[in-house]
Write a protein that binds this ligand. Structure first.
Ligand SMILES: Cc1cc2nc3c(=O)[nH]c(=O)nc-3n(C[C@H](O)[C@H](O)[C@H](O)COP(=O)(O)O)c2cc1C
Length: 446
């Protein structure tokens, strides 16, 4: 992070057309597949100077999937269309390392980075649903540890490909006729445990060097991956437990340092759904209104996704859940462990647990002042570096109109973009091309 710059809160939005909010009077019912709805959502965030829009994703549905998953746009396509109507907002998409080719991912993300002039980000995940494997030529999902081993090599390959061209390789000098300096093109020649990729990538670097890397996954292996490679981490927030969030924060920062990286350059972002009201009571009512659209079947289905669609319907809705062993270990492991733990510790019934998963109250239901106070507190206590704000268009409008100005008045959040790249706004330093670095070293030391 640029040392001279004061540490400031960063904000992202969970970018979606509508999904679960399809009945919201302010959006079209087909918002989940309406690029106009995505673009509108992005524009609201950009007008409020948000750092980035974020699209979570996976490639598997069943009849048990809940509405936001059933029919939605593929992130790269959606982000490309959003880039055309925005100028500053970062564009972060989720692309799995488990069932795809690193060359393709490197190229697509680099293209988005060029199209948006340096605003692309990659949320590098390991697929957690059995069905994703079945959609990609496999019968069974790789086990958790293997998925993370593949992810490590995958990210190495992608980063290697993003180093194919040095930054100043393309001279494009019409007078001299020199288009490119081919000495500044480098072949990767990667042969590893899982991938064999020759390279080089057929795309130059962007204004921000290459896309920002996000990571999402909170187990030991997930945090390790974040420490090695991530510029930002999408964290789960476990019902906004401040102490737990601080532990996670310290843990990821210290892992980052242990890999010889600057811990200030990995930023932690939980996703939350703030609900603002003129009074605390009004906010609570609005939050409860949100619950009225969620029937219990929907809530149970939503919960079951974290367990790769484990069949919870065999249990009584209003009895405490029985001991369930280690279900979910090969799925969204960290989230599955969390839900099983709170069910046990708080003796929750299936109904209660399902609602906790579907509509977590967190600590962010209240007046604009109260929400701004919480943001400030979590930020100053170093439990987070920022938040990804999710929710309906209406919630986002309220949030930007009522909460953002308070954060700005307090000097916690920007009033103008510092940069036109995502990297510049997040304060993450430019990734010097490894070959340029070597060339410069040789020039200095002879
Ligand atoms: C907060 C959070 C967000 C995630 N978002 C996605 C996502 O958008 N797409 C996806 O396929 N997996 C997503 N994952 C799954 C992880 O990449 C990973 O496969 C899973 O959580 C198991 O790893 P873990 O035990 O390290 O958390 C997410 C996980 C977490 C904790």
């Amino acid at each position: 992070m640029t040392q001279s710059r004061k540490r400031q809160l960063k904000l992202g939005i969970g970018l979606q057309g509508a999904g679960g909010h399809w009945r919201d009077p302010e959006v079209e019912s087909n918002g989940a597949v309406s690029i106009a709805a995505y673009q509108e959502y992005a524009r609201i965030a950009e007008a409020a100077k948000f750092d980035f829009g974020f699209i979570a994703d996976s490639a598997y549905i069943t009849k048990h999937s809940t509405i936001p998953f059933l029919s939605r746009l593929e992130p790269m396509t959606a982000l490309s269309a959003i880039s055309a109507v925005t100028k500053h907002l970062g564009l972060v998409g989720t692309f799995t390392t488990s069932y795809s080719e690193p060359y393709t991912t490197a190229r697509q993300l680099a293209s988005l980075d060029i199209i948006s002039d340096g605003r692309a980000g990659w949320n590098a995940v390991t697929s957690a649903l059995e069905g994703v494997a079945r959609n990609h030529g496999h019968d069974k999902l790789h086990d958790h540890a293997l998925r993370y081993r593949i992810a490590k090599e995958y990210i190495e390959v992608v980063k290697g490909l993003w180093n194919s061209w040095e930054d100043d390789a393309f001279t494009r000098n019409k007078e001299t006729g020199e288009y490119v300096d081919l000495d500044k093109l480098h072949t990767l020649d990667h042969v590893g445990e899982f991938f064999k990729v020759q390279g080089p990538l057929n795309l130059e670097r962007s204004k921000q060097g290459h896309p920002i890397i996000f990571q999402a996954g909170a187990s030991e292996a997930g945090r390790d991956l974040a420490g090695r490679y991530a510029d930002a981490v999408f964290t789960s927030f476990e019902d906004a437990d401040l102490e737990k969030a601080k532990q996670t924060y310290r843990d990821i920062k210290s892992r980052t340092a242990s890999y010889g990286r600057n811990p200030d350059e990995v930023l932690l972002f939980p996703m939350i759904s703030p609900v603002v009201g003129a009074t605390a009571e009004e906010a609570q009512e609005r939050y409860e209104e949100g619950n009225q659209y969620i029937d219990v079947d929907y809530a149970v289905k939503y919960l079951s996704r974290y367990f790769s669609f484990f069949d919870f319907s065999q249990f009584d809705l209003d009895q405490p859940l029985p001991e369930l062993g280690d279900i979910g270990q090969n799925s969204f492991r960290s989230m599955a462990e969390y839900y099983l733990r709170i069910a046990r510790e708080e003796n929750l019934t299936l109904r209660q647990l399902a609602y906790r998963a579907t509509n977590p109250r967190g600590d962010f239901v209240g007046t604009a002042e109260a929400i701004a106070d919480k943001f400030q507190h979590y930020f100053e206590e170093r439990a987070v570096d920022g938040f990804i704000v999710a929710g309906s268009h209406r919630n986002l409008r309220n949030f930007t109109k009522l909460v953002v100005p308070i954060l700005q008045e307090r000097g916690l959040f920007r009033t103008e973009y510092e940069s036109d790249t995502l990297r510049g706004n997040l304060g993450v330093s430019f990734p010097v091309n490894r070959y340029t670095e070597a060339r410069n070293q040789t020039a200095i030391h002879g």
